[in-house]
Design a binder for this molecule. Structure first.
Ligand code: NAP
Length: 245
């Protein structure tokens, strides 16, 4: 039986690379997206060319009702879930004292609550199967103080703390929960930053380059595989040395 993976925010960037990597590893994949149906369907088409199954499911991860539906549709289409990649996320670059209530709500609802809603739904299914892998996308920003990133850092720091406790709670059910914390990766999220800001960040990275989505997906795929059965509760950086720089 092929394994089944759900990738939130699988239409673009790191999520797309994870979805394609898991499909190449032989998994059926649910490609969740928020607004970009066309991009999600392109990912689904590419996955089909690898000879495995895939569907695109629209759902806003910040809404618990929509997350419930995402997992119901997954169960209907594929019968189970073995791997969850909590990748959907947003970055809001604003000085801490200028952040509006609305910005706070949007980032916390998407990055933290979205991750928690998905983990809850996946765990309820995985506990019955007595196996599963959950990988949450965190960020180097949870470790390193970057001006303008306080809200984003707070959400990702919370994801790290949540990952560790969930890993402890689910270990007895043979479910491993880890987080992957990228540095600056060449996606729409980073290209949306002003050029001057990108130059400034580049100088902070010992590797002197931004990463590629595949650099992150390689680790995500490893943690999703049987080779990582004894790894749980960890937060692993993929950042070209930014955190130590
Ligand atoms: P991206 O290129 O901006 O793509 C974001 C993805 O998330 C898209 O697929 C988008 O769907 C989806 N998404 C956004 N809000 C959503 C919502 N409410 N519900 C469902 N899906 C939603 O992002 P990325 O750079 O690949 O980042 C992916 C993850 O890695 C994020 O959690 C991010 O915080 C983390 N990360 C990224 C970097 C980096 O340098 N790129 C660094 C550290 C951490 P649509 O296409 O439908 O809009």
């Amino acid at each position: 039986m092929r394994q089944v993976a759900v990738v939130t925010g699988g239409s673009r960037g790191i999520g797309r690379a994870c979805a394609l990597g898991l499909a190449r590893a032989g998994m059926d994949v649910v490609v969740n997206y928020h607004e970009n149906q066309e991009r999600a369907l392109e990912v689904v088409d590419t996955i089909h060319s690898y000879g495995v199954r895939a569907i695109a499911v629209q759902a806003d991860v910040s809404r618990s009702g929509q997350v419930k539906r995402l997992f119901e549709e997954t169960a209907q289409a594929f019968g189970t879930i073995d791997v969850l990649i909590n990748n959907a996320g947003i970055s809001d670059s604003t000085l801490g004292m200028m952040i509006s209530d609305q910005q706070m709500e949007r980032s916390i609802d998407t990055n933290l609550k979205g991750c928690m809603y998905c983990c809850k739904q996946a765990a309820l299914l995985m506990v019955r199967n007595k196996r599963g892998k959950i990988i949450n996308l965190s960020s180097v920003s949870a470790f390193k103080g970057l001006t303008g990133q306080s809200l984003y850092s707070a959400t990702k720091g919370a994801v790290n703390a949540y990952t560790k406790v969930l890993a402890k709670e689910l270990a007895r059910f043979n479910i491993q929960v880890n987080a992957v914390a990228p540095g600056f990766i060449e996606t729409d999220m980073v290209s949306a930053l002003p050029a001057a800001k990108q130059e400034e960040y580049l100088k902070l990275i010992p590797a002197r380059a931004f990463g590629k989505p595949e650099d992150v997906a390689n680790l995500v795929c490893f943690l999703s595989s049987g080779k990582a059965d004894y790894i749980t509760g960890q937060v692993m950086l993929v950042d070209g040395g930014l955190e130590i720089g």
